[in-house]
Design a binder for this molecule. Structure first.
Ligand code: G3I
Length: 481
């Protein structure tokens, strides 16, 4: 069961108003680098600038046309990292064919807004194109060198720091390397090969290793600690360590600061690179308050370590966070909610950065899914599939042809054998046998007369990607558009 907001153009009326009403959150146009008085009206950016630290966010450049997203991005952050646009599959989808269109939008955004650009990521086992994962050891090493030269070379001089190597260590308590294609086919040396290649490609960029579940002192973080110490002893160029901090509410490691400090003592910079703190959804006021305290702990831990360059959150709004798609039933992990209202966690980060103590806003629990009005008098469905090899996506547009607003919707249709839904957006999409059920998300349950709601899903198919033809909306059969 997955729900992922996906459509940049569809936004609630009044979102911008919600953002602007949250006056504490935004003070556009404040002078960069000037110490700010501790007041409610300052921005995270101004506060972080004054402390000489980075406050960053992961950017999806497709969202920049959405006014509240853009306004928060511009005002609140002094560092930007591409959430996906600079990864291997995005930048070199075919061997030797580099595509920088999306990555360049991120770099251009950083340049035009005066933000630091953080590079993510040069070598990662995930989001690795199929052509690369099929290579033999020597070929993979050569391709890795070429990829690093191509990407880090393209952004040479513009990226402050690169996640050169991402998630190279295994989960669990062993401290072992991850059994990735790089590890299997090249062996232990792949990491130092990557760092050497990155230094050659961009001598000015700081070069980092980045991982998750390494925020506290544990076997995995100690394995990275030992690696970093070894690399530095041997003169391999590594300058920084990223701690992703994809955390769970109530579970910030108590030794986070001590962990950051032990790495800093090796002579490298440290950074919180992908912070989010998830909870079961819908969020409760208690969890939102606990989350705020957790955010404050993380920011305070970074600030207490001189070599901690800053904190980056993995997105802006809960609306577009990766969490619900990967951890069904969890989310609300960022510091602005689905409607771009600042959460208690926003206030907590502000306070940690010296923004002064303000009254805690009343936590806003997401509005419950409206009760369906059954049955609607009529509907038209347009099904737009897009398939490749054994994968496909489909957008489903449902128009309300009736005279009354539909409040809450369930759309049902049947796939054919061999078609499997793997995720969805703008709806909770589930499959039982061949039957697929899509239920509205919390923000798109109301469809006015003549209005259209769009959702989609991705899936796999066994070779023939047949389109469904019979759709029902709240039990009533729709026309096909
Ligand atoms: O762009 C395609 C789109 O064309 C297609 O229609 C759609 C349907 O499948 O997929 C889109 O790609 C998705 C991509 O995000 C962009 O939205 C991928 O399916 C989806 O898997 C991908 O997820 C990203 C994930 O990394 C991939 O592993 C998340 O957005 C991103 O937040 C997440 O970020 C990672 C960091 O890079 C490393 N640390 C963990 C962190 C969270 O997983």
């Amino acid at each position: 069961m997955r729900t992922q907001p996906h459509h940049a153009g569809r936004r609630r009326a009044g979102l911008l108003a919600a953002v602007l009403a949250a006056g504490a959150a935004l003070a556009v146009g404040q002078t960069v680098g000037q110490p700010e008085p501790a007041s409610a009206a300052t921005t995270l950016k101004a506060l972080a600038d004054a402390k000489g630290r980075d406050i960053g966010f992961a950017l999806d450049p497709n969202r920049l046309t959405e006014a509240p997203y853009r306004q928060i991005a511009d005002a609140e952050f002094n560092l930007v990292v591409a959430e996906n646009a600079m990864k291997w599959d995005a930048t070199e989808p075919n061997r030797g064919q580099f595509t920088f269109a999306a990555g360049d939008r991120v770099a251009d955004y950083a340049a035009t807004t005066g933000k630091k650009l953080y590079g993510h990521t040069l070598v990662w086992h995930s989001q690795l194109p199929g052509w690369a994962s099929g290579l033999s050891g020597p070929e993979l090493l050569s391709a890795m060198h070429q990829h690093i030269a191509g990407v880090a070379g393209h952004y040479r001089g513009t990226v402050a720091a690169w996640d050169v190597v991402n998630e190279a260590f295994a989960d669990g308590g062993t401290g072992a390397r991850r059994d990735s294609v790089f590890q299997q086919r090249i062996g232990d040396s792949w990491i130092e090969e990557a760092f050497q290649a990155a230094r050659t490609a961009d001598p000015a960029a700081k070069l980092c290793i980045n991982d998750y579940s390494t925020d506290g002192i544990n076997a995995k973080s100690t394995a990275i600690y030992n690696l970093v110490r070894d690399l530095r002893t041997r003169g391999v160029p590594i300058d920084c360590v990223g701690f992703q901090a994809h955390l769970i509410v109530g579970q910030v490691p108590g030794d986070l600061q001590a962990n950051l400090q032990r790495f800093a003592d090796l002579g490298v910079d440290v950074r919180i690179t992908e912070l989010d703190i998830r909870m079961p959804t819908p969020a409760t006021a208690a969890n939102l308050a606990a989350q705020a305290a957790d955010y404050k702990r993380v920011v305070n831990a970074c600030l207490a370590v001189t070599r901690c360059a800053g904190v980056t959150t993995w997105g802006i709004t809960d609306r577009y966070s990766w969490i619900p798609a990967v951890f069904p039933g969890q989310g609300a992990a960022l510091i602005w909610d689905d409607a771009y209202a600042p959460k208690p966690a926003y206030q907590a980060v502000s306070e940690a950065l010296g923004g002064g103590v303000n009254p805690t806003p009343t936590p806003t629990s997401p509005s419950p899914t409206p009760t369906p009005t059954l049955p609607p008098p009529g509907c038209t469905v347009t099904y737009v599939p897009n398939s490749w090899n054994n994968g496909f996506t489909a957008e489903v547009r449902v128009r309300n042809d009736g005279p009354a607003t539909v409040n809450g919707w369930t759309v049902r249709f049947a796939l054919t054998s061999g078609q499997t839904v793997t995720g969805g957006w703008n709806a909770t999409v589930t499959q039982s046998g061949t039957q697929v059920t899509a239920r509205n998300a919390s923000w798109n349950g109301a469809v006015a007369p003549g209005g259209t709601v769009s959702f989609g899903f991705q899936g796999t198919h066994g070779g023939t990607n047949t389109s469904p033809t019979l759709f029902t909306l709240n039990g009533a059969t729709c026309r096909n558009g």
